[in-house]
Design a protein around this ligand. Structure first.
Ligand code: GRG
Length: 295
């Protein structure tokens, strides 16, 4: 990533960290709030909130308009990670370089922390979005958020993913999993950023397609890293996909083909920006850093 774009990413991350901390206080009973904060403030690349903020900015919207939604999406993403790590799902001990929520606290607390983040996030959109954003726009953002979190998107992806363990699946099923489990939150981030900026349908459609390519590339790269990286590099246990007989792009087509697919998706994503005259060093930098996975 170019130096200026890298610096801008770092600035975004700082702002996002500050706001997440501010939006999620500790209340009574302390343990649940602390476990929510433990996972939410455990680091992470903050890619989804960054996509939301940058999309809003390049379309002439403001940081203030988008930051509550950006943080709400990071809360939803964190909830999905907490639940994904549970023994009844992927059963992981490490996440973001730390013990998973259920290992640090307890299984019941982790389930409740995920649930609490999921219901807290839309409250942040409602309570913290400035009054300059119309109620209709807030409603549209909430609809996008709730659909993405539900049985048509995130949960659908997770269900088919779990159901596919140990089975031979086709490319269509694998793409369904990736689109819903991963790309859905990339799309949500960019669509809401664009909606908050008051963008037209054509721009929203182009950015949705960009986010889809980016999300698919990101998930395939995640699967590649599961095979090629260490616990220290990943912040989570590597090699889990093979162990759990997960169908991934790597297991279906091999490492080389998977890398080619990431490059091809990243090229298509950059083309979409060019064709639609969307200029953002951050968006192009994120695409490149996914291809190289250095962000
Ligand atoms: C929404 C009610 C509800 C349930 C969620 C558990 C679940 C259903 C879905 C799992 C979704 C999941 C874990 C997808 C994996 C996506 C992925 C590649 C996550 C890793 O993202 P990074 O690398 O993580 O951006 P950091 O830690 O950097 O934020």
């Amino acid at each position: 990533m170019q130096q200026t774009a890298k610096q801008q990413c770092e600035n975004y991350i700082k702002l996002i960290e500050q706001k997440l901390d501010e939006f999620l206080p500790v209340k009574y009973p302390q343990e649940i709030w602390e476990s929510m904060r433990y996972s939410l403030l455990a680091g992470g690349k903050r890619l989804r909130p960054m996509l939301c903020l940058e999309t809003c900015k390049v379309l002439s919207g403001s940081y203030e308009q988008a930051i509550p939604t950006a943080c709400a999406i990071e809360m939803l993403h964190t909830q999905s990670l907490i639940h994904d790590d549970l023994p009844c799902m992927d059963n992981d001990d490490y996440r973001r370089g730390k013990l998973t929520n259920h290992k640090k606290f307890s299984e019941s607390t982790a389930v409740l922390a995920g649930d609490a983040l999921l219901s807290f996030a839309p409250q942040i959109i409602i309570q913290k979005t400035p009054e300059s954003v119309t109620p209709q726009t807030v409603l549209k953002v909430l609809e996008e958020f709730l659909v993405s979190a539900g049985a048509e998107k995130l949960i659908a992806g997770q269900v088919v993913d779990i159901d596919s363990e140990g089975k031979q699946i086709d490319k269509q099923t694998l793409t369904f999993i990736h689109e819903n489990k991963t790309a859905a939150l990339f799309k949500l981030s960019m669509r809401t950023g664009a909606i908050l900026a008051g963008a037209g349908e054509k721009t929203i459609d182009a950015l949705t397609l960009f986010a889809e390519k980016l999300g698919l590339a990101f998930q395939i790269m995640d699967d590649i890293l599961d095979v090629t990286s260490t616990l220290e590099e990943l912040g989570k246990t590597p090699g889990k996909d093979i162990l759990e007989e997960k169908a991934t792009y790597v297991s279906l087509y091999g490492l080389d083909e998977a890398k080619k697919e990431v490059s091809s998706l990243c090229c298509s994503a950059c083309d979409i920006l060019k064709e639609n005259n969307i200029e953002s060093e951050i968006l192009t930098g994120i695409v490149k850093s996914i291809a190289e996975r250095v962000c």
